[in-house]
Design a protein around this ligand. Structure first.
Ligand code: SAJ
Length: 430
């Protein structure tokens, strides 16, 4: 059986590594963080993802998955490292940081040999395989297409459902040449049950970015609708629910902004390549990035007049039922509110660590003496909060719902003054 070396054991690399290992491949998972390597070799995991721990510990126990801080000789190399976007403080625009892709590619140069297959899974700006990776791999003196194969196969899984979606999602594979694409498809067919479409590497890079940009633009539209609704005496959640009964309409959900390492980042990878053409994409980014400030303004208005207001933030993860806080709008909201109030408490049943604020471990602690609770992330546990239970603990009873998700009537009946994104005040009271 072939040996696979996977560089990067994060949200994508680790599930992919353990999936191949559980299908009989010998897998070496590489990560630069020593603690991550130790945790995995002990059969544990360093991230939260349903089902992952069982899969990883079985793969490690079987001997098929070994983690290491260094790559090794293998038949297949898969690169799954982060590609963050860095902000240019002067323009406010972001650009891809490909330093991890570069260092991962350099790290495999001593090990790639004739006949090997190199796959990039990380999301990247179009032309990265051709213009960034191949020039680095030229140091092997091997020729792409002729001596080794190289392809891009972006991951498209949904955090919280990664294992299921790795198997069932359709995939795109973009090869340097047809042979590269066909070899990559054959490899993923080991566990992928969805269709695997074949194209060239630059098209595959663009496909991935287009998918997330489509969502970003649609979320921006939903956010704009929400703000318009507040002005025009409408409950946007009701309006969207009705509009979405049209067979060809799928309006997304308004919210406190777009977080995560994908949707808030990927449009920038197109914008950086064609800044003059990418007008709608840029505006969508700006609208979504502006949402945390709007939420902050609303919360501040609600506690106006209260001396030394105590603010409770419910939910810090970037979306429901995950522990991931990368690019989370909550981080911006908390930071801005901390400039305004000395007592901002954060409660998130999924997030265990937060260096920059008062993350408390119980709901009671979070609401005791508080003036307002603001729902930022609609985790299931937070949706089940009983307003009757927390009202006794609060100093003032105010609720701001940035997800339009709570049962407002119930909160009002419990004596809360309710306010929500996308709902005109007169609609809340009705
Ligand atoms: N959000 C809204 N309104 C919506 C949908 C999402 O405000 O209607 C917000 C969420 O709260 C969150 C952010 O957008 O902050 C992104 O969340 P998400 O759940 O839509 O997406 P991600 O970032 O978890 O995963 C996306 C997925 N892409 C698409 O749905 C097109 C996933 O399939 C990709 O694999 C992933 O990006 C990725 O890795 O690129």
């Amino acid at each position: 059986m072939k040996k696979i070396c996977i560089i990067g054991l994060g949200y994508i690399g680790l599930p992919t590594a353990s999936m191949f290992a559980s299908h009989g491949y010998k897998v070496v998972g590489v990560d630069v963080v020593k603690e991550v390597v130790e945790i995995i070799n002990d059969g544990g995991i360093h991230i939260e993802e349903p089902g992952l721990k069982t899969l990883v510990s079985a793969a490690v126990r079987s001997g098929n998955l070994v983690a290491s801080t260094k790559p090794e000789k293998a038949d297949v190399f898969i690169i799954a490292v982060p590609t963050p976007a860095r902000e240019d403080k002067r323009t406010g625009k972001k650009k891809s940081d490909l330093s991890y892709v570069r260092s991962a590619t350099k790290s495999i140069v001593p090990y790639v040999k004739k006949g090997d297959l190199v796959i990039l899974e990380s999301t990247v700006p179009p032309r990265t395989v051709e213009d960034v990776m191949i020039p680095l791999l030229d140091k092997t003196s091997l020729k792409p297409g002729k001596d080794y194969s190289i392809a891009h196969s972006p991951e498209r899984v949904f955090p919280g459902r990664i294992l299921e979606e790795l198997i069932t999602n359709d995939r795109v594979v973009g090869g340097f040449d047809e042979q590269s694409a066909l070899r990559t498809r054959r490899l993923y067919k080991t566990f992928v049950q969805g269709k695997i479409f074949i194209t060239d590497s630059t098209t595959a890079e663009m496909v991935k970015l287009m998918e997330n940009t489509y969502r970003d633009v649609n979320i921006a539209l939903a956010n704009e609708f929400a703000l318009v609704a507040e002005k025009l005496g409408i409950n946007i959640w009701e309006a969207i629910a009705i509009a979405n009964h049209h067979p060809r309409v799928n309006i997304h959900c308004p919210g406190p902004g777009v977080g995560g390492h994908c949707i808030a980042v990927d449009p920038w990878f197109i914008i950086e390549k064609v800044p003059k053409l990418a007008r709608k994409m840029l505006l969508a980014r700006q609208i979504n990035d502006g949402m945390p400030k709007i939420v902050v303004r609303k919360i501040k208005d609600l506690v106006k007049g209260i001396k030394k207001p105590v603010i409770t933030i419910l939910g810090m993860a970037f979306k429901a039922n995950v522990d991931d806080v990368r690019e989370s709008p909550a981080l911006h909201i908390i930071r801005d509110l901390q400039r305004f109030s000395k007592d901002v408490r954060v409660f998130d049943p999924h997030v265990k660590k937060f260096d920059k604020g008062n993350l408390v471990s119980s709901l009671e602690e979070a609401v005791k003496g508080s003036d307002i609770v603001a729902l930022i992330t609609n985790h299931n546990e937070l949706m089940r909060i009983d307003p009757l239970k927390i009202r006794k603990l609060m100093r003032n009873k105010k609720l701001f719902d940035a997800r339009g998700s709570l049962d407002h009537k119930r909160w009002q009946e419990a004596g809360f003054e309710v306010s929500a994104l996308g709902i005109a005040p007169e609609k809340i009271d009705s």
